[in-house]
Design a binder for this molecule. Sequence first.
Ligand code: HAM
Length: 422
Amino acid sequence: MSGLTEPLPGTSDLWEPEVAEWRDLEGIARNVFNRYGYTELRTPIMERTEVFVRNLGNETDVVQKEMYTFQDRGGRSLSLRPEGTAGVMRAIANHGLNTGEECRVFYMGPMFRGERPAAGRRRQFHQVGCEAVGCNSPWMDAETIAMLVHFLAELGITGAKVMVNSRGLPEDRPPIAAALKEYFRPHLAEMCPDCQRRFEGNVWRMLDCKVPACHEIALGAPHIADLLGEASKDFFAKVCDGLKSLGVDFEVAPRLVRGLDYYVHTVFEITHTALGAQDALAGGGRYQITLPGTNTAIEGVGFAAGIERLLMARNALGIKAEEQPAADTYIIGPSAPAIPVALQLAGELRSKSLGGRVHADFTGRSMKGQFRSANKSGAKRVLVIGDDELANGTVTCKNMADGSQTSVPRAEVAAWLEKISN
Ligand code: HAM
């Protein structure tokens, strides 16, 4: 049976106190992105496969090899979302966005890619991302990157590296692809099977192949930024100027192209050495997406960061969320007649929002056993309803930090707790 109780490879169960780390990170994300005027959007976890194929590009690894695709009962092809941008754009198209209007949203949640699991590479992973749609200014790209850097700073993640490049506009691409092919053609036989496949369909991706032999060859390839048209060069220069004026420390990375086809102009990635081989904390860029059901292309700029990887980096830097005890107030009532009294008192405290997390023990175990559980729960206060207390209509309130005890009439426990917590 043990195999059946384990989560699938590349997925996990999350328990406290790990969940506390996630809540902390999610809270910081909401707080920071709200300050930039982004509102939260939640889109479905599954979409029509078409939504991803059209927008991420048919030749990308994500679409070719990594999507979880299946047929529903009506024979429609559906996929679990491998990333958030395509679904966000579908939702915006459905909601309607008038010409000249902007939409800035952030999202967080699970994404699915059928990759080989490794440290930092999961099949169900979680992203927190932002998309600013409908603004074509290079300042928007600079502000997006600055906002991501700000988010990392609020998470306490220091030592991250920001890399930026440009892929230019679609019209810049044929001559660049031709120049890259001319460069790679004589080396093709020495390159990996993936690169040999990419040579025809997606020569750009040969620039950032991680296989050492391919990487060596790619080091000598022409720089994309040098081959861009004037308009794209100008756009990229403005993004770099914007980043400098916002005080962002960045590097231009000539071989950074990113794995998804929708990018135009700016692409960026943030890496961290604490992550090992899967070192990308976050990635993003400016993109052009043709809205489903229309021929209208709409531009946006955004990024997504892997929550597991952000947490790995925080962990490596020794940053911890505050741990939450299982209970703040633990009510002990060992005898059968004490149980309903304990439960009623717990109900009263919860409805008046007093005593924090309230746990009533109705196991009927001995006083000693219940005290042991109270200690384990981390409760600051134990309310005891023993035989004497039952007979007198009182509750003994024990402060677990200093061991002091107070006897309080049962009907006045809530008022007493309110008084001592003020
Ligand atoms: P991406 O680079 O494919 O971009 O993913 C963004 C981040 O998600 C990565 O930097 C990494 O931290 C995390 N990630 C990706 N795959 C995995 C995995 N298998 N296991 C764990 N973490 C992973 C996008 O998804 C784009 N939608 C970003 C974007 C938004 N571009 C524009 N807007």
